[in-house]
Design a protein. Structure first.
Length: 82
């Protein structure tokens, strides 16, 4: 039981750290695009952070989907007999 708690804590910390890093990478790229639109006058500069806040759940959806698919393919390659 102690080992399970330790491993689950480590997995959760790693998962959270990777999610945070990927979220920052994805959001910074999107923020640059929104900032360019605001500089051109297409988007109101006052709503930049609000738009980014509304986009966070979509970023997590892409992040979790990508990681689950990549984990699936990594698992397939692990069990291929040689």
């Amino acid at each position: 039981m102690i080992v399970f708690r330790y491993l689950s804590r480590e997995v959760l910390l790693t998962f959270s750290a990777v999610s945070a890093v990927l979220l920052v990478i994805i959001m910074s790229g999107r923020f640059i695009k929104y900032l360019a639109q605001a500089a051109q006058g297409v988007l109101d500069p006052g709503v930049l952070l609000m738009v980014m806040g509304y986009r966070i759940p979509g970023f997590f959806t892409v992040d979790f989907t990508f990681r689950s698919v990549s984990r699936h393919f990594a698992g397939l390659w692990t069990f291929v007999p040689r």
